[in-house]
Structures are given as structure tokens and as C-alpha cells.
Design a protein around this ligand. Structure first.
Ligand code: ATP
Length: 341
């Protein structure tokens, strides 16, 4: 395939989706330590893809390979339609990368940092100033633009870092742990920034140790563990991989609750739900019916509720959260669970 042709796949409705990033069989070892043991990735243009994994899983190594900072020992990858091995310059021209170690120079002001990037991208002076001012404004840094970046908070530095990445107008952005160490407010601001980037047509590959972050942002998630992709899919698909989903019925009338609970005990529900469905003794008057969360099962449970004359005041579907998935897939201990949160 010529290096300028983007690989494609057939998406929903038979549409052909161009890949912003595609990789097959990426391998990397340091000495006798295998860091990546054959990674395949497919990231459609205009989407957010999260590489989720514990410390040392190989996330940064993957980003460094895809951004041509290091060579893989094996496998192939294309970024923006360019082969990382044969056309690294074109790859670099198409991407922006912000890493765990930021490019921000603390001695320079925010504005000076931006203008330096504009210079690096050979923007003429006036155009450079216009782009810099626009991005500083967009990222809420206009007021602090004349202050040295060393005086910025962690969240401001991270925003400046992304603003600097955007000076060259990249169509694909790699964000390596963009919110590690940020407080909840700054993390939410960063999430909003990522969403806006993608709304503007940019493709984002982000690495994260935070399950909630992947859940909030990503169209698709790959769980990286021990140098391999343990599972890949939409957040909802991943959550369906592990048990723990249920339908919750809440009643306000205690007698309706009691009769529903007794009907449920004798019921023959899908998914073996009936016997376990008689929820905890419950002051909140709720019943839980185990469910895999699929449309088919939900429909049959609703049909059964109708036929049994059960009408709850509230019905909610609970899928297992990514915590459940992550620890099922990575075999994490309580110790690593703490480290990952
Ligand atoms: N240059 C190197 N030399 C030797 N080992 C390395 C090198 N770079 C990475 N490693 C090792 O490769 C493994 C994966 O590292 P990587 O930084 O890709 O993980 P990560 O998933 O990004 O983890 P973290 O969340 O801690 O950043 C680690 O065990 C690390 O020590």
C-alpha cells in the first residue's frame, strides 16, 4: 500500500472509515524485558481512543513508537496514512504530542512559550502572534500570558502544553497521561478541552491510568496489560465482559415492593436472574435483577414485569463499571487497585 493511502475499515452502515492510526504486531523489548508483545491498534479518524493500563504496561512506549521517537523491534504502523518507519517526517508533521514531561519552559512566559512554538513551525511573526493569542484565549490563559510559566498551577501548565501542541494545527494528537496529578476541577477542564478538540475533527489517542477518564472520554478503549492488549472495545462493550450488571427497580409503595419481591422469587427470568433477583432486604424498597445489559435481555425482563403486573416507580440499568473490567482483565491486586485509581 502506498504510504499516503490511509487504511480503512467498514464501519456501521457500511461506511468506510479512514484510520488515523493503525498498527499491527508492534513489539518492543529492552534487554530481556518484553515491553510490547505484539500490539494491534486501529483508531478511526475523528475519534478518541484510550490506551488504559497500569504503571509499566507499555502505554508511553506505544506513544513514543507511534510518534517516531523510538523504533519498534517489530511490527508496522501508519499514522495519518504515513508509515512510521519509511516516512517519519510526514508522521511528525501530522501529529502533536504532549507527554508526561511537558515542553513548557518555566523561565519563559506563557506567551513566549507559544511564540517559540510558532517560530518552530515557521509561522510568520504576525500570524504567529495571532495564533498564539487565539490559543491562549481559548485555553483560559490570556490573563496569565505575561507571567512566567513557572508561576502557573499544574492545570495551567498542562493547558499551556496542549495549546503549544496545537500551534502547528495537528490533525492527530497523542496525549500521554494528560491529567495525572491534576485536581478534579482541572481534570474536568482538560476533559472538556479534549472533547472540543475532537468536535473540531482532531483524532486523540490518550493514555491513562484512570478508568473514569477512559470511560468519560473514549469512543474506544484498549486495555494494555503485560505488553498485550487484554481487551478492546467501546466502554459499554468492555463493561459487558464482566458480570455485575443488573436492573434496579425502586418502589415507593411498600406493598407493591413486597408483592414484586415475592413474584420475583418464583420467576423464571433470563440469565438465571430469578433466584438471585430478590435483592437485599431493603429500606430503600429496591430490587435488583441480575442482567447482562443487552437489549434482548432487557426486553424479556420488561415483558416479564408487565405480565407479572409489576410497575416500579423507577427502573435503572446498571452495567459493571470499568473498575470491574480493568481488574478482571489485568488481574490487579488490591494494592495495584489503589495505585491505579
Ligand atoms: N528506555 C528504556 N530502557 C529500559 N526500560 C524501559 C525504557 N523505557 C521503558 N522501559 C520499561 O518499559 C516498561 C513500560 O514502560 P512505559 O513507560 O511504556 O509504561 P507505561 O504504561 O507508560 O507506564 P506509566 O503509567 O508508569 O508511565 C517499564 O517497565 C519501563 O521500565
Amino acid at each position: 500500500m502506498p504510504s499516503s493511502v490511509m487504511p480503512t475499515t467498514t464501519g456501521a452502515g457500511g461506511r468506510t472509515l479512514p484510520a488515523a492510526v493503525s498498527a499491527t504486531g508492534l513489539r518492543k523489548s529492552y534487554g530481556d524485558k518484553t515491553v510490547l508483545d505484539g500490539i494491534d491498534l486501529y483508531i478511526p479518524a475523528g475519534s478518541i481512543f484510550a490506551l488504559l493500563g497500569p504503571n509499566g504496561a507499555g502505554k508511553t512506549t506505544t506513544v513514543r513508537i507511534l510518534s517516531t521517537l523510538i523504533d519498534p523491534d517489530g511490527g508496522r504502523a501508519q499514522v495519518a496514512g504515513h508509515d512510521i518507519a519509511t516516512d517519519p517526517q510526514a508522521v511528525r508533521a501530522a501529529i502533536g504530542v504532549t507527554g508526561q514531561f511537558s515542553a513548557v519552559d518555566g523561565l519563559l512566559t506563557g506567551e513566549e512559550n507559544m511564540l517559540l512554538m510558532a517560530d518552530l513551525h515557521h509561522l510568520p511573526g504576525r500570524e504567529g502572534r495571532r495564533v498564539a493569542a487565539g490559543l491562549l484565549e481559548r485555553f483560559g490563559l490570556a490573563e496569565a500570558a505575561r507571567k512566567p510559566a513557572a508561576a502557573y498551577s499544574g492545570g495551567m501548565r498542562r493547558r499551556l502544553d496542549i495549546a503549544m501542541t496545537l500551534v502547528g494545527g495537528p490533525r492527530i494528537i497523542f496525549l500521554d497521561e494528560p491529567t495525572t496529578g491534576l485536581d478534579p476541577r482541572s481534570r474536568h477542564t482538560m476533559w472538556q478541552i479534549v472533547r472540543e478538540l475532537v468536535a473540531g475533527g482532531v483524532t486523540v489517542l490518550l493514555t491513562t491510568q484512570y478508568l473514569e477518564e477512559a470511560d468519560q472520554l473514549a469512543d474506544r478503549i484498549a486495555v494494555l496489560n503485560d505488553g498485550r492488549i487484554a481487551a478492546e472495545g467501546t466502554p459499554e462493550e468492555l463493561k459487558r465482559l464482566v458480570p455485575g450488571g443488573h436492573i434496579r427497580l425502586r418502589f415507593s409503595d411498600p406493598s407493591a415492593y413486597r408483592s414484586a419481591a415475592s413474584a420475583l422469587r418464583g420467576a423464571d427470568l433470563p440469565h438465571g436472574a430469578s433466584r438471585k433477583g430478590d435483592a437485599p432486604a431493603d429500606e430503600a424498597l429496591t430490587l435488583r435483577i441480575p442482567s447482562d445489559g443487552t437489549q434482548r435481555e432487557l426486553r424479556s425482563i420488561l415483558d416479564w414485569l408487565d405480565s407479572a403486573g409489576i410497575e416500579a416507580d423507577e427502573l435503572t440499568v446498571h452495567t459493571p463499571d470499568l473498575d470491574d473490567v480493568f481488574f478482571a482483565l489485568t488481574g490487579g491486586t488490591d494494592q495495584s487497585r489503589k495505585a491505579v485509581r
